[in-house]
Design a protein around this ligand. Sequence first.
Ligand SMILES: [Fe+2]
Ligand SMILES: [Fe+2]
Length: 348
Amino acid sequence: MQLNYHILIVDDVTDNIQVAMNILKEENYDFSFATSGEMALALLDENSFDLVLLDIMMPGTNGYDVCRRMHSDPRYLDIPIIFLTAKADVDSIAKGFELGGVDYIVKPFHANELIARVRTHLELYKSKALLKHHNLSLQVKIKNKETRLLSELEENQKEMIFVLTELMESTSDETGKHIRRVAEYSRLLAHHHRSISEEDANVIYHASPMHDIGKITIPEHILHKEGPLTPEEFEVVKTHTISAHEFLHASKRKIMKAADVIAYEHHEKWDGTGYPRGLKGEDIHLFARIVGLSDVFDALTHKRVYKEAWSVEDAASHIIENSGTFFDPYLTEIFEANLDEFIAISKL
Ligand SMILES: [Fe+2]
Ligand SMILES: [Fe+2]
């Protein structure tokens, strides 16, 4: 439904208001009127207008003042103001335009002049409002599209990390599910940890697949050797933590930074007997302690080329027995309290 344009006529002489209304009434507009500047401002506050016909010479707040006030308030800034006045001198006209009037009509005026000018400014006002509305909805559409695209990209990248690291691990773990299970155990530990937010629990989930990404640099014959490694070969295997760190440390991205500390420190042990740096206790990053424990539990409960799978009971006992030596005691507490869930994940 097209609503009529609403025009505010401001003049301290009611006869002048009547004249303007009589001329414009053919056009099917709605009218409000004010006989003072103060009254005009009060009406503006309560109604929405499409145009203001404004007399200049009024006692109290004059037309210029009203115009000034309207232009300092964003609610009224766009409403076109046509001065309708007996002040015909050049300076008054110039001042009217300077203050932001869109037009200036000198009394006495011809009826057709008023009708034409009012119609022109109303149409202009409507077109500008439409354009503004279209621009806004276009901006919203673009923003929504960008957001959708970004989250799609983000999800793709997260998925890609899983796919690539699973592919990498699938050569040493028949099912390639080790990656997925370690991510699940890690998120579970993080979720129950008193000082880890849900957001960080998810960061750990998405970063943990990269814990062994450095193994790409280990020669095949050492990485997949059946049976025990020589001390020299073990030294080579240890470097997978350092080489991952060298590749990951430069990133400023949250998940990549987490992947860096996890890959670098997941073989450190609580008592300082781990590698590569022999870090101790809380000097080992919490994310790495979490993934380290998860990695050991999963490696124990599944078959590898160099060993058979342990029972979940034996693996759980190993973790609990090594609380405070290999593992963070608080994490082993969480592990023990949620053992059922760990066992369920180990069967994925
Ligand atoms: Fe590792
Ligand atoms: Fe692993």
